[in-house]
Design a protein around this ligand. Structure first.
Ligand code: HEC
Ligand code: HEC
Ligand code: HEC
Ligand code: HEC
Length: 445
């Protein structure tokens, strides 16, 4: 058999294997059982938040459409429904993905009523393990909600990370390996032990755990001590809420740069960078990490602009196929070749060195993030900007004298810094004290 034949047989076998195994664990429910967001007028503030989220665009997102179409092509159409199952459960449950005519609720992807008619988990967590009771009752965390237009019910499920984990753990439909494991990363980490769940970070106004967030859940409802926002902000600066995503990325990592600041010319400068995952409840980065790009860049330049050091390190997962080849596409993967991401509250260090030039030398370490590689973004027709998550700059000198002269030149007052500030402070304290003594003296007399 020619090698080309072998490859084709492999692809075909793979497609057959997939079509036999791609079981989507979702019930059959007509789309008419779900209400589009336009019918949720009492929750105008929540609609505004959700509309700009990636949940609202999960099915129409050009990066998604590009990858799904590639997956479909590679597997003879076997994978498309599996992908759509998470990116728009209603499109699959209603069969609209087959007819090709999508209703408003299907296009709304991961929408209000889809989430609020979920009752829990059906089977093992992941791969759209959602359970529904689509009787029109809206379920969430309050046990005292009264609505004039729909039934309400308390739902414990909505107050758990498993609710999110149903979709935020993606396993290969053929071989079961984890392709995305945000839920498992959280579950095995420190936040799960402390009871801090996805909702506490992704459904509150700012980065971090911004609780309590008092307000009204519905225009006519009572003032509540804490309500969640339907923001679901992650790292998508290109298609999601850019300002909020940027703020979140910048709160995720702390970057430290340790280096001796005075090194004689010709000597070796040794430096160490440390990145700590201070803000993410899961690995950094998480999710679709064979596509996401996070990298550390360390550069050193002398005053003339000569580059003394330039190093780049990527963080992510690399997938391999059955023959050991890597990197490969999601659907070809049977295992993980490498994974050097940073677990929650853990750190990763790197050491570098270079030969010191005539000072001053500017040293910069910066951590960057981009949702998708340039080439993929171009193919999908979207612009995906780079976000600086953290950055540290230090100036190195060849001697203490060079440092003093440079600082003096930059800001004469700062060079004199301490003594000058202290002199003013002492004068102020003395003046205040003197004034007080004088005042009490005058009062007495
Ligand atoms: C990805 C699923 C999801 C989507 C999409 C979603 N919600 Fe929610 N919603 C939740 C969860 C989960 C909670 C409760 C969080 C908790 O208790 O930890 C909640 C809480 C609520 C509440 C209770 C009040 C509050 O704000 O805490 C209301 C009302 C609500 N959502 C309405 C909406 C509306 C309207 C939309 C669409 C614009 C929407 N939701 C979209 C999952 C979702
Ligand atoms: C029905 C499946 C489903 C459920 C349930 C779900 N998600 Fe998602 N979520 C998705 C999909 C699909 C995407 C990717 C959309 C895209 O980028 O095209 C996503 C994306 C996200 C993002 C990334 C946004 C960004 O800026 O890149 C965050 C954060 C997120 N979800 C949080 C949550 C939280 C928190 C919950 C639980 C309250 C939850 N999700 C429940 C399917 C789901
Ligand atoms: C302690 C706060 C915290 C908790 C808890 C948390 N996250 Fe995150 N999450 C973050 C931060 C910060 C980011 C941005 C940095 C990043 O992309 O990892 C993020 C990013 C994400 C992204 C976008 C990843 C990307 O690069 O596109 C998704 C999806 C997500 N979280 C889902 C979840 C889910 C699901 C859970 C619960 C199982 C969860 N998060 C728990 C803080 C948290
Ligand atoms: C079990 C649920 C699930 C299934 C099935 C699923 N996805 Fe996703 N997908 C997600 C979640 C959750 C995210 C968000 C993760 C993150 O932000 O990194 C996502 C994000 C993506 C993104 C990134 C979108 C963006 O704007 O950055 C692409 C592309 C994507 N998925 C493609 C696919 C393809 C192709 C398939 C089928 C082979 C598929 N997905 C199947 C849950 C799923």
């Amino acid at each position: 058999m020619s090698s080309r034949r072998i490859v084709w047989t492999g692809v075909l076998m793979f497609a057959v294997l997939l079509s036999a195994n791609v079981a989507i664990g979702l019930p059959e429910i007509p789309s008419s059982a779900f209400q589009p967001s336009s019918g949720c007028g009492c929750h105008a503030a929540l609609i505004e938040q959700w509309q700009v989220s990636m949940h609202a665009q999960a099915l129409t997102d050009p990066l998604y459409v590009l990858k799904r179409d590639e997956a479909n092509k590679a597997t003879d159409g076997a994978l498309g429904p599996f992908c759509d199952g998470c990116h728009s459960p209603i499109a699959i449950m209603s069969g609209e993905n087959k007819s090709g005519t999508l209703s408003e609720v299907s296009i709304e992807s991961v929408g209000c009523d889809m989430c609020h008619q979920i009752t829990g988990t059906d089977g093992e967590i992941g791969n759209t393990s959602l359970a529904f009771d689509a009787d029109g009752t809206k379920r969430a965390q309050f046990d005292d909600s009264v609505s004039p237009v729909h039934a309400t019910a308390y739902s414990k499920a909505h107050e758990t990370a498993e609710f999110c984990g149903n979709c935020h753990n993606v396993n290969h439909p053929g071989n079961g390996m984890h392709l995305e494991a945000t839920y498992t990363e959280w579950k095995d980490g420190p936040y799960a032990k402390e009871g801090i769940i996805c909702q506490d970070c992704h459904m509150t106004p700012g980065p971090g755990v911004t609780k309590p967030n008092p307000g009204k859940a519905a225009a006519m409802g009572p003032e509540r001590e804490h309500i969640y926002t339907m923001t679901f902000v992650g790292g998508n600066v290109a298609l999601g809420d850019a300002a909020r995503a940027e703020e979140r990325l910048q709160a995720a990592a702390q970057l430290d740069l340790a280096v001796e600041e005075i090194v004689a010319a010709g000597q070796t400068v040794a430096l160490k960078t440390t990145i700590t995952n201070v803000g993410a409840g899961h690995y950094l980065p998480t999710g679709l990490t064979e596509v996401r790009e996070m990298w550390l860049e360390v550069t050193a330049n002398d005053a003339a602009g000569t580059e003394l050091l330039k190093e780049r390190r990527m963080f992510g997962t690399v997938l391999k196929d059955a023959s050991g080849k890597f990197p490969v596409e999601l659907w070809e993967a049977v295992g993980i070749q490498s994974d050097d991401r940073i677990p929650p509250r853990e750190s990763t260090s790197n050491e570098y060195d270079f030969t010191m030039a005539e000072g001053p030398v500017t040293l910069t370490a910066a951590l960057y993030y981009r949702s998708a590689p340039e080439e993929m973004a171009k193919k999908a027709g979207v612009e995906v900007p780079v976000t600086t998550m953290a950055s540290v700059t230090k100036t190195l000198y060849t001697s203490a004298e060079q440092r003093a002269t440079a600082i003096e030149k930059e800001s004469p007052r700062a060079a004199a810094g301490f003594p000058w500030i202290w002199a003013v402070a002492v004068a102020l304290i003395l003046a205040g004290f003197g004034g007080g003594v004088l005042a009490s003296h005058l009062k007495k007399s």
